[in-house]
Design a binder for this molecule. Structure first.
Ligand code: UGA
Length: 435
């Protein structure tokens, strides 16, 4: 099939590349000419495991092209995916400027039947607004608008796209349904469902899924904090709970709060939608408040440990990205930790396998960036772990003790066995497990 993807952020690029991988003819459009030029020269603009291999292969074989010229892509395409940013506006609701702007442009360009697909996370009712914008200069027989929310996780986005648990499609058109079925069938050969529904429900599904997952995380973070108070071990509790098939084992890990470009924004946007509909969505407000508090949990622990003596102390920080396998630092708990430490007069020596350049842009020389995880420990009074990169899971503890001034670890991701750490002579404070 002939596809255009408008917007080459991480969703757009993964979507375009993976559709090319199943033999479709894909043109990706972006207004950023420098970025398009780089992609034409084979440069993948984001770090996402496996994307480079698929990108290179499909570009070489001529199925994946890049342009700044929307019109040429529209002439080419039978299906146009809108994968544009929806940043939170001043009032917390998603800002639809980009999507509606492109829909308006498309209205003057489409000249044959085209399925226009909302791939971005957009509030309920957006597809109808896209439809209106398209219908301005366009006969309604020439297009259908479909909602197709994405459930990709950063760091495993390619795998998630190629092997989705489910595909959700919101449409009221049989013609569009058939187009979408043909596009996605190769990805669900294992038998996972393509779930067709009305457009508003599809839009709602995305927010409900992300908000539910965020709720699970905030809930577990509260359980963990309470475990610390009552002398229980949240790891044991998590396993005990998660083995109930109604609950399930995944997404029950307490930590330093959820971050990234999705959960914080989507929970806020859904709460906003509720507000606009005069519905007081109480759980969501609590989920956000708990997360605001939890992302400072490690800084709180460090401050409690040092009391007034934190000024002038040096804290090593392992992990800056909001989660492993990405260089993304949007809403990363590490940033909140750094801000608090700097405000208290501490020095920070940081290491992250992928995200250091992004953090350098924000902090410059206010913190020290180190070339590897052990270098970060040199002369530090304590280590704080904020992101669970695999390389942090089985470190050389002897080497750590040699490098650190004191064997003190604040672990926001519960990477190590509590008993072993104590036996090895560490002061080891993690989340929900006692010290
Ligand atoms: C999330 C969803 O998982 C995807 O399904 C969705 O498509 C995506 O948002 C989106 O809307 O685009 P992502 O933000 O990439 O994906 O990351 P997750 O792996 O879901 O992690 C989100 C946050 O929750 C991270 O800060 C992570 O550290 C935290 N988390 C996750 C926990 O604290 N505990 C857990 O048990 C799991």
């Amino acid at each position: 099939m002939k596809i255009a993807v408008v917007g080459t952020g991480y969703v757009g690029l993964v979507t375009g590349t993976c559709f090319a991988e199943t033999g479709n003819d894909v043109i990706c459009v972006d207004i950023d000419a420098a970025k398009v030029e780089k992609m034409r020269n084979g440069e993948v603009p984001i770090y996402e495991p496996d994307l480079d291999v698929l990108f290179e292969r499909n570009q070489r074989q001529g199925r994946l092209k890049f342009t700044t010229d929307l019109k040429s892509a529209v002439d080419h395409a039978d299906v146009i995916f809108l994968a544009l940013p929806t940043p939170p506006g001043a009032d917390g609701s998603a800002d639809l400027r980009f999507i509606l702007g492109v829909a308006k442009d498309l209205s003057g360009m489409i000249s044959h039947y085209t399925v226009v697909v909302d791939k971005s996370t957009v509030p309920v009712g957006t597809a109808e607004r896209v439809h209106e914008a398209l219908a301005k200069n366009l006969d309604e027989s020439l297009f259908d608008v479909v909602s197709n929310p994405e459930f990709l996780r950063e760091g495993v986005a390619v795998d998630d796209f190629l092997k989705p648990d489910r595909v959700v499609i919101g449409t009221n058109s049989e013609k569009a349904e058939e187009v979408m079925r043909r596009l996605y069938e190769p990805f669900v050969r294992s038998g996972n469902p393509i779930i067709f529904m009305d457009i508003r429900s599809a839009e709602m599904t995305k927010y409900a899924a992300n908000s539910y997952l965020a709720t699970r995380i905030s809930f577990m973070n509260e359980i963990a904090n309470l475990c610390e108070e009552v002398g229980a071990d949240v790891d044991a509790v998590r396993k005990g709970m998660g083995s109930d098939s109604r609950i399930g084992k995944r997404f029950l890990f307490p930590g330093v709060g959820y971050g990234g470009s999705c959960f914080p924004k989507d929970v806020q946007a859904l709460a906003r939608t509720a507000g606009q509909n005069d519905y007081d969505f109480q759980i969501l407000n609590a989920v956000m408040a708990v997360n605001d508090r939890q992302r400072l949990r490690i800084a709180d622990k460090i401050e409690a440990y040092y009391g007034d003596d934190l000024k002038g102390k040096t804290i090593a920080l392992w992990g800056l990205a909001f989660k492993p396998n990405t260089d993304d630092i949007r809403e990363a708990p590490a940033l909140y930790t750094i801000d608090r430490l700097l405000a208290a007069g501490a020095n920070v020596r940081a290491y992250d396998p992928e995200a250091m350049d992004n953090v350098k842009e924000l902090y410059g020389d206010k913190i020290t960036f180190c070339e590897d995880q052990y270098a970060a420990l040199e002369g530090a009074d304590a280590l704080a772990i904020v992101t669970e990169w695999s390389a942090f899971r089985t470190p050389d503890f002897g080497r750590m003790q040699e490098a650190l001034n004191h064997s003190v670890i604040f672990d926001g991701r519960n990477l190590y066995d509590l008993r072993r750490m104590v036996e090895a002579g560490f002061y080891y404070d993690s989340i929900g497990r006692g010290v």
